[in-house]
Design a protein around this ligand. Structure first.
Ligand code: UDP
Length: 487
């Protein structure tokens, strides 16, 4: 029988901010659990990561952890199309196959004397990994970096298509608003609750069943169903009922979230280490905002970030800006240089900076986990990306959800109407809505209620990753199952 130490996993994320850091945290704890871990980045992502991530040094020091890189197949000077992820995925699948195969089953001797790869842990949307692993007969465990609520909606999409629920019937287009409030029948457990407007965004945009995004999701579903298991970044106390539905389709599903907390349980530094040592960002963080937060009263600041890829029109941005100013609250706003489509004219930029100086702070990229943990932060105005949602849950910070695309509309519906630690401003984006919702989450009884529910869920999140907690136990099972594969 092979020694337990001979298990070796090849971990491959999809190359984007919402995917690399959580999978890196997973890879790190797998290494702490005694497995050899090779983490595959694309050259492009790895260069950015090298330039910006404080986590890199710590990872490089782990005895059974190493990075390997592959090209993503796009030209060097290509503006990486994070929004056009279908093209990036296709390029990886077709142009990086040989490189990936060589990492999975090398033709020569391993330079570090490591054992052969015994299991691939791959992003569920990365067909490159699933196809090559199947070809080489290496078992794969998939990871979906979305929440269980969105993953379950994704898994039901083929049934929604079969049942004629998507694409949405054409006659509804004229009376679009009513049409989007129609509830969906084909997502078990969410019947009569999930509306068309809450479905992943491409369902709304798809005009026919051959829509490229629908096809992509159908492929990703088929992928994860073929794996030896599915890893999700969530926890039982948050998404237990939805996880049961997922397990009816994929019996071996591990709920390990919040991964950024679980990784701290296993980290040698322990849960009390400064959060900065845990950061794994692909952008350079501007830490000056932490000083600014230090000088603000407790629970007085709205933190605003729309994640790594969301873009908005200039009109949207200005409408949002006015709502924020009208609310009269202090704010810390992450404005990535590419946040607004088109150029924001200098006058507007100046005006924005002048207004901001009085009671706000703008940064290009924030140390988000630390910001959310700061006592001055009262609420999080978020695009409802899953990592941001989970980080807010873990910090006990109520949310104002302004979802844009992909899984975000599902997440915001759950935050507002199932978990009830935030409000969902989906599809209602005028300045008066922004102002009203900011006040709702910051003032009076409603604000207290939201903060109480957020605090309770944060406590459950902490328990789930502690010894004996549900995520901790699922992680132990995962390690046991991976080790069993190497025998
Ligand atoms: N993030 C950050 N600083 C920022 C904005 C975002 O560190 O200024 C991180 C955030 O903590 C989260 C990730 O970027 O981990 C965004 O992932 P999410 O799934 O929320 O959204 P996406 O970027 O995939 O749309």
């Amino acid at each position: 029988m092979t020694e337990v130490g001979e298990a070796h996993v090849l971990v491959s994320p999809f190359p984007a901010q919402g995917h690399v850091p959580p999978m890196l945290k997973l890879a790190e704890i797998l290494s702490h659990a005694g497995l050899h871990v090779t983490f595959v980045n694309t050259d492009n992502i790895h260069r950015r990561f090298l330039a910006s991530s404080p986590a890199l040094q710590r990872l490089a020091g782990l005895p059974r952890f190493r990075f390997r890189t592959i090209p993503d197949g796009l030209p060097e000077d290509h503006p990486r199309p994070f929004l056009q992820f279908l093209d990036l995925e296709e390029s990886l699948r077709t142009r990086s196959r040989e490189h990936y195969r060589e990492l999975l089953v090398p033709t020569g001797k391993d330079p570090d004397g490591w054992p052969p790869v015994t299991c691939a842990v791959a992003d569920g949307i990365l067909r490159l990994a699933s196809e090559v692993a199947a070809e080489m007969e290496i078992p794969v465990i998939f990871v979906r970096t979305s929440g269980a609520c969105a993953v379950w909606a994704y898994l039901c999409i083929p049934d929604l298509i079969k049942g004629g629920e998507i694409p949405f019937p054409e006659e509804e287009e004229e009376k679009e608003e009513d049409g989007l409030d129609e509830t969906i029948r084909g997502v078990p457990g969410m019947e009569g609750f999930l509306r068309r407007r809450d479905l992943p965004s491409f369902c709304r945009n798809a005009k026919s069943t051959s829509d490229r995004s629908l096809q992509f999701v159908t492929n990703a579903n088929a992928n994860v169903r073929r794996g030896r298991g599915l890893i999700l970044n969530t926890f039982e106390a948050l998404e237990g009922p939805v996880l049961s539905h997922i397990r009816s389709a994929i019996p071996i599903s591990y709920a390990l979230g919040p991964l950024h907390l679980l990784s701290r349980t296993f980290d040698d530094c322990g849960a009390d280490a400064p959060l900065s040592s845990n950061s794994a960002s692909l952008w350079q963080e501007d830490r000056s905002c932490l000083k600014w937060l230090d000088s603000q009263p407790q629970r007085s600041v709205v933190y605003i970030s729309f994640g790594s890829v969301t873009m908005m029109s200039r009109d949207e941005l200005m409408e949002f800006w006015h709502g924020l100013v009208d609310s009269g609250k202090r704010f810390l706003w992450v404005v990535r240089p590419d946040l607004a489509e088109g150029k924001i004219e200098e006058a507007i930029q100046e005006d924005l900076e002048k207004e901001t100086k009085e009671r706000g702070c703008l940064v290009g990229w924030a140390p988000q986990e630390e910001v959310l943990a700061h006592p001055a932060v009262a609420c999080f105005l978020t695009h409802s990306g899953w990592n941001s949602t989970l980080e807010s849950v873990a910090a006990g910070v109520p949310m104002i959800c302004w979802p844009f695309f992909a899984d975000q509309p599902v997440n915001s519906r759950f935050v507002g109407d199932v978990w009830r630690f935030g409000v969902d401003m989906k599809d209602k984006r005028g300045r008066s809505v922004v102002e009203r919702m900011v006040r709702e989450v910051m003032e009076g009884e409603r604000a207290e209620e939201l903060r109480r529910s957020a605090g309770e869920m944060a406590e459950l999140a902490r328990r789930s990753v502690g010894e004996g907690g549900s995520s901790y136990r699922d992680f132990e099972n995962l390690v046991k199952d991976i080790k069993a594969m190497s025998r």
